[in-house]
Design a protein around this ligand. Structure first.
Ligand code: GNR
Ligand code: NI
Length: 170
């Protein structure tokens, strides 16, 4: 098991588009295990391979209270949506920033599990938001891309300030 390094915005590698997994082999199983360990370690409810600099369509999540329900999604896709809703989001790749984003309220989705079986399901609430957030990562998209120009500008200023502070410390 290994804890992986999570890339932070504005790293260009977060913008790469992940490629579909052709075969589910040990490499993918080890990646999924390491991603779960990293997600639990960082206190997230989801993690996409793009965030750990792997360009493969793999995401993990666990929305259970006891953090005992790991789910691995290979080649996840949203096949149908209904409604919209706003929810507060955060991202392990954009530390210490939270903001509301409009997403589909209800989704039907499918993915391959680690046995290669096609799973089809539907969900809403935080799980629906999380799946949309993770698939966005696999397409090189971040939740802050949906913010208004003013909010993005504010976020940039905050990050610039942090960077300057950091370079004074180092
Ligand atoms: O831990 C996370 N919490 C979260 C909260 C609201 C909407 C989406 C998320 S996903 C995020 C972990 C993460 O960055 N996944 O890519
Ligand atoms: Ni994220």
């Amino acid at each position: 098991m290994a804890r992986l390094n999570v890339l932070h915005f504005p790293d260009d590698r977060l913008r790469k588009k992940a490629l579909a997994v052709e075969t589910i082999n040990d490499e993918i199983r080890i990646l999924a295990k390491d991603m779960l360990e990293t997600m639990y370690d960082e206190g997230g409810i989801g993690l996409a391979a793009t965030q750990v600099n792997v360009q493969k369509r793999v995401a993990v999540m666990d929305l259970s209270e006891g953090k005992d329900n790991p789910v691995v999604l290979v080649n996840p896709e949203i096949t149908c949506t209904e409604g919209t809703r706003e929810m507060q989001e955060g991202c392990l790749s954009v530390p210490d920033y939270f903001d509301t984003v409009e997403r589909a309220e209800w989704i039907r989705y499918q993915y391959l599990d680690l046995d290669g079986d096609l799973i089809e399901s539907e969900t809403d609430g935080l799980q629906a938001v999380c799946i949309q957030h993770e698939i966005d990562h696999l397409d090189g998209k971040l939740f802050i891309d949906y913010l208004s120009p003013l909010k993005r500008q504010r976020l940039r200023k905050k990050l610039d300030k942090q960077e300057k502070l950091q370079s004074r410390i180092l």
